[in-house]
Every structure is written in C-alpha cells, then in structure tokens.
Design a protein around this ligand. Structure first.
Ligand code: ADP
Length: 163
C-alpha cells in the first residue's frame, strides 16, 4: 500500500488536523489529504480557500498531497489506488460517528480505516470552535497553523461583517 487518504471538510484546517497529517506522513509512504466537496454540509470557506489553506499548512511535508473529491470516498480511493483511510479520534462523540463511517466503507468496498488518537493539546479543538472564536475577532494562535492564522482570522471577521 503506497497511499493513504485523510478525508475531511477542513473548514478550516486546524492544528489538530495538521497533527494527524504529520503523524500519518511519518507512518505511511504517501498521504493524500482529500477535501470532501459534497453539498450536504454548508462550509464557511469555499473549496478553493480551504484547499489553499491546507496546501500552505502542509507545504513542508514532501510526501503529502492535497486534493478534492465528490461522491463516495471508496470510489475516490479506487480511482487513486489508495488502500487505507486515516481519521482522527478526539472523543467518544467522534468514536460513534467514526465507527459508523468505517463500517460503511468496509461494507461498501472492504476498505479499512485506521485511527490516530488526537494529541492531548488538540483533543478539544475543532473547526467549528475556530470559526466561532475567529468570527468575533478572537486570537487563533495554537488553533490553526501559524502560517495561515492571519488569513483565517481576516476571512472569518469578513464573513461575520457580511451577516
Ligand atoms: P468531517 O467533517 O468529515 O468530520 P473534519 O475536517 O471535521 O471532517 O475532520 C476530519 C477528521 O479529522 C475527522 O476524523 C476528525 O475526527 C479529525 N479531527 C478533527 N479535529 C481534530 C483534532 N483536533 N485532533 C485530531 N483529529 C481531529
């Protein structure tokens, strides 16, 4: 197996996501971070903004690729020739939903999911927390990668102003 896929919404990417990507990249030969474009969620950041934020955050990791997909994850994985899904686990709440998704992907295509436990410093960090704090002008240091901090903060303030 040469490629694993780390799928998600990344609205926006956080230090918790980057921690999982970094650890996956140290474990597997090649990691594809795959942005899910399905319309059943209404993200705050556009697809191109989210892709750009992820790309800048992982620029130092040479075996990480960033891509976007629609439709079923298992179909995308077949297309990429990827063999394993990576997900992060923060809490029991994550576990319930992740267990369901992992079972569905195994049922659909026999694809396995592997889990990285969230590092303790990020176990309460989520994209929605970043969006809430950022939209009221709060500091995002330690929550999103420092190279995108100012851009995320400015974008969230703008979005709040337009509401
Ligand atoms: P989704 O909307 O598909 O859950 P997310 O972008 O929110 O996508 O999350 C992608 C993956 O990253 C999920 O497996 C999620 O549990 C995990 N994750 C999110 N935040 C963290 C964090 N702070 N630490 C570790 N894993 C995380």
């Amino acid at each position: 197996m040469t490629t694993v896929v780390y799928p998600g919404t990344f609205d926006p990417i956080t230090c918790g996501h980057l921690d999982i990507i970094t650890r996956a990249a140290a474990t597997f030969p090649h990691v594809t971070v795959a942005l899910l474009k399905n319309a059943n969620k209404q993200p705050v950041f556009t697809v191109s903004q989210r892709l750009e934020l992820i790309r800048r955050s992982v620029a130092h990791l040479s075996n990480v690729e960033v891509d976007a997909f629609t439709g079923l994850l298992v179909s995308y994985m077949r297309f990429k020739g990827a063999g394993l899904i990576v997900r992060g686990l923060r809490s029991i709440a994550d576990f319930e939903c992740e267990a369901e998704q992992a079972a569905a992907n195994r049922h659909l295509a026999g694809v396995e999911t592997t889990f990285f436990m969230a590092s303790s410093e990020y176990s309460y960090l989520s994209s929605s927390m970043v969006r809430d704090i950022g939209s009221y002008g709060g500091a995002l240091s330690g929550m999103v990668p420092s190279c995108i901090e100012e851009e995320v903060r400015a974008a969230l303030l703008d979005i709040n102003r337009l509401r």
